[in-house]
Design a protein. Structure first.
Length: 343
C-alpha cells in the first residue's frame, strides 16, 4: 500500500521540528494530522483502456495483405489482415455456396415429382377416412387372416369351390395391401422430398447468417479455413499495436494485433493488501492522481474487486478495478496511478 507524499512531507516536517528543538506542542499539532492521513487507503495501479483485445491468426502462414495501420480506427468485424491463399479459400467457399443453391433447386424438383405422384394416385374407396399407414396396417391384417384360412389347402392342383374362394380372397387381400403400400410409399416420398427442401433452405439461411453449425460440411470447412486465414476485429476501437508485416511468416496463436477501445479508461491496482481490501467496496468513490499529471485529480468508482489473490514476497495482494468517471486528453495506456479510496 502507498501513502500520500503529503503524509511523508508532514512526517519529515515533524522530525525537523523535533531536531531543531521545536516545542512539544508543535510536534503534537502535526502528529494527529499525520495519523489521519496514514489511515487513508491509497493503492498504486496501472491505466488501461476500458476494453482491449490481443488478436492472433488461428493458422500459420505468410501475411499477404494488411489493411490497417497503427492509430487507425476500426469497427467490429473489420478485416485487418489476411494470409496467402485466401483467394483459393474464397473460391472454395463460392463453390460451397453454389452447391447449397443447387441442392435447393434439386430439392424443389424432387418435391414437384413426388407431389405429382401423390396427386396421380387414385385412392381406393375402401381406404376412405384412413391415412396411408392405417390403410396398410388394416390390409395387412386381412392378408394375414386370408393366408391362415387358405394355408391348409395350398398345393391343390385345381382348386374349386370353397378352396377357390379362399384363394381369391387371399389374392384380393394382397392386391389391397399392395395398393396401400404404394400409397404409403408415394406419401412417404413426398414427406422426404419436403424435408430435403426444408433442410436445403435452412442451410442457405444459415449461410446468409453465417451460422456454420447448420450448413453442409463442405461449406463449414471452407468457412472455417477462410476464417483462420483472416484477422478481423471483434470490437470497435483503434489499432494500438501492429506486430506483423506483409511477406513475413506468422505462427498460429502468436499475438499479431492489439485493438483497444479508448473511449474510457480503467485502473487495475497492483498493491492493495489483504488488510486494506476489506475496507473497499464496489461502487465506492475514489480520487485518482497520475504520476505523469500530478496537477490533475480525476474521479472514479470501484467497478470490481478480485476474487483471487497474488503473493508478492509474502504480501497477499488483491486486484481492484476502478472505472474513471472523467478523463484527460494526455493520459496514456500504462501510466502509473495512485488511487485514494474515499470514505
Amino acid at each position: 500500500m502507498k501513502r500520500y507524499t503529503l503524509f511523508l512531507t508532514l512526517s519529515l516536517f515533524a522530525g525537523l521540528l523535533s531536531a531543531c528543538g521545536g516545542s512539544a506542542s508543535a510536534a503534537e499539532d502535526v502528529s494527529p494530522t499525520a495519523a489521519i492521513i496514514d489511515d487513508t487507503i491509497v493503492a498504486e495501479g496501472r491505466l488501461e483502456p476500458i476494453r482491449y483485445t490481443e488478436l492472433a491468426f488461428s493458422a500459420g502462414g505468410v501475411v499477404e495483405e494488411i489493411l490497417l495501420s497503427e492509430g487507425q480506427d476500426v469497427s467490429k468485424g473489420d478485416l485487418i489482415a489476411h494470409l496467402e491463399n485466401t483467394a483459393v479459400l474464397n473460391a472454395e467457399l463460392k463453390r460451397a455456396e453454389t452447391a447449397v443453391l443447387e441442392e435447393i433447386s434439386l430439392a424443389y424438383e424432387a418435391v414437384r415429382i413426388a407431389q405429382q405422384r401423390v396427386d396421380n394416385y387414385s385412392i381406393p374407396s375402401k381406404f376412405a377416412g384412413m391415412t396411408p399407414v392405417e390403410a396398410a396396417a388394416e390390409m395387412k391384417v386381412k392378408v394375414d387372416k386370408a393366408r391362415v384360412d387358405y394355408e391348409p389347402y395350398m398345393g391343390y392342383d385345381n382348386p374349386r369351390g370353397y378352396i377357390k374362394d379362399l384363394e381369391e380372397v387371399l389374392e384380393n387381400a394382397w392386391a389391397d395391401y399392395n395398393q396401400a403400400l404404394e400409397w404409403m410409399e408415394r406419401v412417404s416420398a413426398l414427406d422426404a422430398a419436403e424435408l430435403r427442401l426444408a433442410q436445403a433452405n435452412a442451410d442457405y439461411s444459415s449461410l446468409q447468417k453465417n451460422e456454420l453449425s447448420a450448413v453442409q460440411s463442405t461449406l463449414s470447412a471452407a468457412q472455417i479455413a477462410l476464417s483462420n486465414a483472416e484477422l478481423r476485429s471483434p470490437i470497435s476501437g483503434r489499432v494500438a499495436d501492429l506486430n506483423i508485416k506483409v511477406g513475413e511468416s506468422v505462427s498460429a496463436g502468436v499475438q499479431a494485433v492489439t485493438i483497444a477501445d479508448f473511449s474510457n479508461w480503467i485502473i487495475r491496482t497492483t498493491d492493495l493488501s489483504e488488510l486494506d481490501v476489506v475496507n473497499v467496496q464496489e461502487g465506492q468513490e475514489v480520487s485518482i492522481l497520475l504520476d505523469a499529471l500530478p496537477e490533475e485529480t480525476l474521479k472514479g468508482v470501484v467497478a470490481s474487486i478480485g476474487e483471487t489473490f497474488s503473493n508478492n514476497q509474502g504480501d497477499i495482494l488483491y486486484e481492484v478495478t476502478i472505472t474513471l468517471e472523467e478523463t484527460h486528453p494526455d493520459i496514456r495506456w500504462g501510466m502509473t496511478a495512485f488511487v485514494e479510496f474515499l470514505r
